[in-house]
Design a protein around this ligand. Sequence first.
Ligand code: NAD
Ligand code: UDP
Length: 345
Amino acid sequence: MGKKILVTGGTGYIGSHTVVELINAHHEVVILDNLYNSGISVLDGIRDITGVKPEFHQIDLCDKERLDAFFAGRDDIDSVIHFAAYKAVGESAEKPLMYYHNNLNSTLNLLDAMIRHGISNIVFSSSCTVYGEPDKLPVDEQAPVKEPSSPYGNTKQVNEQMIRFTVEAGHPIRGISLRYFNPIGAHPSAKIGEAPQGIPNNLLPYITQTAFGIREKLKVFGNDYDTPDGTPIRDYINVVDLSKAHVVAIERLIDQKNKKGYEFFNIGTGRGHTVLEVIQAFERATGQKINHQIVARRPGDVEKVYADTTAANQELGWKAEKTLEETLLSAWNWEKAYRQNKNEQ
Ligand code: NAD
Ligand code: UDP
């Protein structure tokens, strides 16, 4: 029997899309999530898309005893994709210890359990935030990791280091960190997608909620940056494309193709778009007008960042495929389906 892949945070936004792609690639999946930022109904969405309802355990990774009890007596797991974390940059500045507690203890407990239970492979969700404001664009993996601008960003750096040093210490663990640029969009079926609680912090859910009439107006944070239209530039990566990067990364570890033991890759499209370009592309793709207004810069925002993805293209054999327009349309279709579902409940 083939081994199973444990997906922590697997009912979350990127985790659920990755579970779908893992099942599509004929892997068996076990999800572990404490449902802090996701709902159990996500499992139904996964089942509707794939025909498979994955095994699920509601466990907090910070609960060392329960995590250990989960691993005890099961020898069917050899790999982990580790998404579980808190992810709101602004909130992390207000509640730093809450972020350090959750995002560090979870990985610490997981690595510890992996060593004790003979689990070798880990793919970790990192972020381009580790590069801060890069000196050179597009930014490649040789670029230095910068002083973190938030506790959240710091937890990503420390998590990467925890995995790297664990591998380098000679433990039988191999790891890959994927540094995501800006994940957006939803599965084309509109059965799963991003469902932020409360007022969204990120651009795309704010746009789709404004289009739906839940928010009155999108605030565009600054138009005095050194970019063609003055608004910041990001590399917006489709969540399904991003999910497929996890499939190739975990398969690379399972097949022992990563000779270095620990590696890290940028996962983006390689192209940058300004905020105003995203709004215009959304309007083109969906026919919805986005009421928006330029306001002051948001503290801590970098001016421009987009990926050099040569390493992921060549080493992982992975490349982003979806266009910005189809990605934005998928986000809109998900927003509509999600709202309709909520109304019917
Ligand atoms: P998400 O909040 O939708 O998913 C994270 C999941 O982890 C949630 O279901 C949550 O309930 C769970 N979780 C959190 N703490 C847990 C714990 N202690 N024990 C068990 N489960 C726990 O977030 P996402 O957007 O899917 O992000 C997934 C990962 O990718 C995170 O590590 C995030 O930091 C990283 N990342 C996200 C983005 C982004 O823009 N979404 C960008 C770069 C990196
Ligand atoms: N942004 C914006 N209005 C919003 C949310 C975001 O203008 O309501 C801008 C933000 O300044 C940044 C880009 O959209 O330039 C992406 O922001 P997001 O928070 O989605 O991701 P980040 O790159 O900050 O992690």
